[in-house]
Design a protein. Structure first.
Length: 478
């Protein structure tokens, strides 16, 4: 959502002359570049637990962060007040980093992105602002979700439905004279259900998230959440642990993209490569996997949780191809890493809030569709595992080693899905798993769950993948 510039200047109590003065103050002791990041976020949440409202409320987060760059050094300070004196003190604190630093020519950071925000190209238009409704107006939606899931399955023992939303006004200005502004919406629904069948208990959690307004709430979303909550529930109660070992793993389309994000995507972030941490640090331009594989990080998907009109450095959101038909073609850059590599930023400079300096972060990361029929991929597996949903995982960025917990899946025997499985781990190495992908389905799904990436600071992201088969991974079972 993009409002008039005057709205944002008024919210933060500044004018363009004051913005220029603050940048000059930040550079008063030296430094090559300085920027200001103003944020005003209104949050709301409502919790319905077994039909009763247990929590509800709202709050506001407000402030400004000021950054100074001097070579490889970053000076950063923030203030929860935008009073003139407080911002000047903040700018002076950030400027201290440059006082004794040696000047460095930094042409890439100085590449300006001119122009003003364009409402007609907005990637998250809003039909109904969250702030236009009172909190009690959202309660019928949560009650409908509760009722529909209980109607679908009598085994529901406990059910918690949570609605959370936010509207973030952002104003950015930097020493290149760039001025950007917008309002970023986000709506999230999370549902957790405990099912009981005799002495057995199964838990399931489902969620949906988009950058949009309150128009997302309605009967179609109620149905979608209920469908997901009871999906394969009988199989979950029957699931067991298969015999472990090395075997083929077929990852289902959609939420399996979290493994792509964690085990591979982080290794493409430019700060890890600039510091020599990533295993891909010396692989630019080289073939790293099959030419059937193209991996993208995309900020242009309209309404997507990872969508950005521009990143938290004012760089336009864009679609970045990291792996192009098997060849490593780009890292994910903020202004600092782009200056280091002598390339243009890719719009991946992101931050949790005004209290944090931006760093390279993913947006919506996915593998493009291939040519294989998903049913044929499964039919080609003699012995293996089909993963329907991953849950928590651990990854070592440098080495690429990962362990992921399988929330739901099936054993594959002679090309057929047989025994439901759960409580198993998939263990492997990201770059090796990428090289060992031998089939890519034609069914890419971008997952709409409430994914959050926690690399030093938390930001909303999205992920996706088509059905793929990895030739061999370690499955931790019986």
């Amino acid at each position: 959502m993009i409002k008039e510039k005057s709205y944002y200047l008024s919210i933060f109590g500044v004018d363009e002359a004051l913005l220029a003065m603050l940048v000059n103050e930040a550079l008063s002791r030296g430094g090559q570049y300085a920027d200001l990041f103003f944020e005003n976020t209104s949050y709301g949440n409502l919790v319905l637990r077994d039909g009763a409202v247990t929590t509800g409320g709202s709050h506001v987060d407000f402030g400004v962060g000021i950054r100074v760059l001097e070579g490889e050094k970053t000076g950063y300070a923030y203030s929860e007040s935008t009073a003139r004196a407080d911002m000047i003190a903040c700018a002076r604190a950030a400027s201290a980093i440059a006082e004794s630093a040696q000047a460095v020519v930094d042409n890439a950071t100085r590449a300006a992105f001119c122009g003003t925000p364009n409402p007609s190209a907005d990637r998250y238009p809003v039909k109904e602002e969250w702030s236009s409704r009172g909190m009690d107006a959202f309660l019928p939606f949560l009650r409908d979700v509760d009722a529909e899931i209980r109607r679908r399955d009598a085994r529901v023992e406990k059910l918690t439905a949570v609605l959370s939303f936010q509207e973030t006004d952002v104003l950015m200005y930097n020493s290149l004279g760039e001025l950007k502004w917008e309002t970023r919406p986000m709506g999230n629904v999370n549902v957790s259900v405990v099912f009981r069948q005799g002495s057995r208990i199964e838990n399931n959690s489902v969620s949906r998230s988009w950058r949009c307004g309150a128009e997302m709430l309605g009967p179609s979303l109620v149905k979608e959440l209920a469908d997901a909550a009871v999906k394969n529930l009988d199989a979950r109660f029957q699931a067991g642990r298969p015999k472990g070992g090395r075997m083929s793993v077929v990852m289902g389309a959609g939420s399996s993209g979290i493994l792509l994000h964690e085990a591979m995507g982080h290794a493409f972030e430019a700060d890890f490569n600039r510091k020599g941490i990533s295993i891909f640090a010396d692989k630019m331009g080289q073939r790293i996997c099959s030419d059937d594989i193209t991996i993208v990080d995309d900020g242009t998907l309209k309404g997507n949780r990872g969508a950005l009109n521009f990143d938290d450095e004012g760089v336009p959101g864009q679609r970045t191809v990291m792996v192009d038909r098997g060849v490593l073609s780009s890292y994910l850059h903020d202004r600092i890493s782009a200056a280091h590599y002598g390339v243009a930023p890719t719009g991946n400079g992101r931050r949790e809030s005004f209290r944090y300096a931006p760093i390279p972060r993913m947006r919506a990361t996915y593998m493009e569709s291939g040519k294989a029929n998903p049913a044929d991929i499964i039919a080609d597996v003699k012995q293996g595992i089909y993963v329907d949903e991953f849950a928590n995982g651990q990854v070592k960025i440098g080495e690429g080693d990962f362990t992921f917990y399988v929330k739901a899946g099936f054993l594959i025997e002679d090309g057929r899905l047989t025994m439901p499985v759960k409580d198993i781990n998939i263990i492997g190495n990201g770059p090796e798993a990428l090289r060992d992908i031998v089939a890519v389905g034609n069914d890419l799904e971008i997952d709409p769950l409430t994914w959050v990436c926690g690399k030093e600071q938390s930001v909303p992201v999205s992920c996706g993948i088509p059905t793929v088969m990895v030739k061999s991974l370690t499955v931790g079972g019986e």
